[in-house]
Every structure is written in structure tokens, then in C-alpha cells.
Design a protein. Structure first.
Length: 295
């Protein structure tokens, strides 16, 4: 299955945010970290966090824990370069962390329009393993090349919370909780002694074909093997037979649309969010396919 690389810049020009266009240029060796960081700055707030729709289904301007993942993805993109904004984001997350060390699913919204109901109706007083795990997983990727993030006290708190919360899971959790917990354990596998056993335990909850339906999602919404183990050479890959990963790479490559981009199978919440997701998911698809030798 061949990817039509020549169609992607045109798709991004007509469908994507400047941020994702800059990320693509950097990914393909045509851009620089400064351009990406400048684009990211538009979503930043004075408290060090990010809002303004950086999470496409959360359009409200105030800083939100759910936006941290996307900011950390950018800070990972620019490796080996670093930005002080990454540690400042950790500072924001530390400020909104709850006493048990976890992050709330969301903060109260100031502008609810265009925001998905799961964000708008979130419990702001209870820690969310889903949000904490995916944020900490992304932060650990940044910490691999950014000493300021690695040493930040928020990351230690979040890591401890996630390990304890995963240890306490009883049965298979929601698909996204399962996926983000696996990504987290993969990210800390080399530094946290508990990670190996916990990863093995979660792996037993994933069907052999790697397809986990999303409860409460759209009719065909499901997570796939590459949602749990996107990159080669990592421990999470050992949860799947090589043939399962190979088939999912073919599926991902085949998901490119005629206009050059990829799309998502979850609910579209707003016109702006739909466009933003297509650009972001296209960057993710290219990144994963390239890391796995498909591009």
C-alpha cells in the first residue's frame, strides 16, 4: 500500500491549521523548530497551559489538561531541541493537579460552544487516569531529551498516580483508558520497575486482533493495534503478533483519502474541530508510517 506523499501538502494547505502544516514541514525535513513553536504559541495562556482549541473538540480559550497532550507532542517533534515552554506546561499541570496526583478530565469552561459533551460535562474534582496517563506518556517522551521536564515534580506525581491507578484497575476499562495506560507504561518501561508486570496485565485485556470497540462512540469507532503500540522497538509491540502490526500498518496507509489526508472515525463536534482533527490525524499517520518504514 503506497502513500501519496505529493498530495499531503495540498491537503494541509486547504484543510489544516498552520500548526500542523509547520509540524509536517519539520517532520519531512523542510521546516524548523522555531516555526513550529511560533505556531504553538498562539494556543498558550499566561498560566503556562494551552487552550483555544489546541484539543480540537475543546474550543474554550482557558488552559485545559486535555490540551497538554497536543503541546507535548510538539515538544517531542522538535527533539533534540528543547523549549522552556515544556517545563512551564508542567508547571501549569502541577497547579491543577488534585491531591492524589492525578489531573481532572477538564477544567470549567468559559466558552462552551463547539466543545464535545464529554469535555463540557466532565467532573472537574476527580482525577482522570485517561487524561493523566496520556499527558504523562507524552511528557515522558519529551523528558527523554529535555532535562527540565524530566526533573519536574509534576511528572513524578503524575507517574506515581498512574502506576497506582493502573494497579487498581479491575477488569477491562474503557478503550481510551486502556490505550492511554498502555502508552504510559510503554513510556516509563525503562525507568519504573512496576511497568513490566502492569503492561503484561493490560496486554491480556486486548483481543488478539488488537481491535477494541469504543463504548459510547460512533457505530464503527474502535481502537486498533497502532493506537496501543505505534512505534517499533518498544515494549508495547510485544503485546501483538508481528502479523497483526503489519496488517494494521497496511490499514493505516490505506486510510489516506483522495484529497491526500486522513480522517477520524469518532464524532464530529464542530466544523472547526473536524478540520483541525483531519490535519492533526494526518500528521500522526505520516509520523507512524514513517517510523515503521512505510514512508
Amino acid at each position: 500500500m503506497n502513500v501519496n506523499l505529493s498530495a499531503i501538502p495540498g491537503f494541509l494547505a486547504t484543510h489544516a491549521r498552520v500548526l500542523d502544516r509547520r509540524r509536517y514541514d519539520l517532520l519531512m525535513g523542510d521546516g524548523d523548530a522555531a516555526g513550529v513553536l511560533t505556531a504553538l504559541e498562539a494556543y498558550r495562556n499566561p498560566d503556562g497551559g494551552y487552550g483555544w482549541g489546541l484539543e480540537p473538540d475543546l474550543r474554550s480559550p482557558e488552559s485545559q489538561p486535555g490540551a497538554a497532550l497536543h503541546a507535548f507532542e510538539v515538544f517531542a517533534d522538535i527533539a533534540p531541541e528543547t523549549s522552556p515552554r515544556a517545563a512551564e506546561l508542567c508547571g501549569y499541570l502541577d497547579a491543577v493537579t488534585l491531591p492524589d496526583g492525578g489531573l481532572p478530565f477538564a477544567q470549567p469552561l468559559t466558552v462552551p460552544h463547539g466543545t464535545a459533551p464529554w469535555w463540557a460535562g466532565a467532573d472537574t474534582t476527580t482525577s482522570s487516569l485517561q487524561i493523566t496517563a496520556v499527558s504523562a506518556a507524552a511528557a515522558h517522551r519529551v523528558a527523554a531529551h529535555d532535562p527540565a521536564v524530566a526533573a519536574h515534580p509534576w511528572l513524578e506525581k503524575a507517574t506515581r498516580y498512574c502506576l497506582d491507578a493502573i494497579q487498581e484497575l479491575d477488569g477491562r476499562p474503557h478503550a481510551y483508558v486502556l490505550s492511554f495506560a498502555v502508552l504510559f507504561l510503554d513510556a516509563v518501561y525503562d525507568t519504573q520497575p512496576r511497568a513490566a508486570d502492569l503492561l503484561k496485565r493490560l496486554g491480556a485485556l486486548i483481543p488478539e486482533d488488537g481491535r477494541v470497540p469504543v463504548e459510547g462512540g460512533t457505530a464503527n469507532e474502535a481502537l486498533r493495534p497502532l493506537d496501543f503500540a505505534p512505534y517499533p522497538g518498544r515494549p508495547a509491540r510485544d503485546l501483538f503478533d508481528p502479523e497483526v502490526i503489519a496488517a494494521d500498518l497496511v490499514r493505516l496507509a490505506g486510510g489516506q483519502k483522495d484529497d491526500g489526508g486522513w480522517t477520524v472515525d469518532y464524532a464530529r463536534i464542530s466544523p472547526a474541530g473536524s478540520l483541525d482533527w483531519r490535519g492533526a490525524i494526518t500528521i500522526h499517520a505520516v509520523d507512524v508510517l514513517r517510523a515503521n518504514g512505510f514512508i
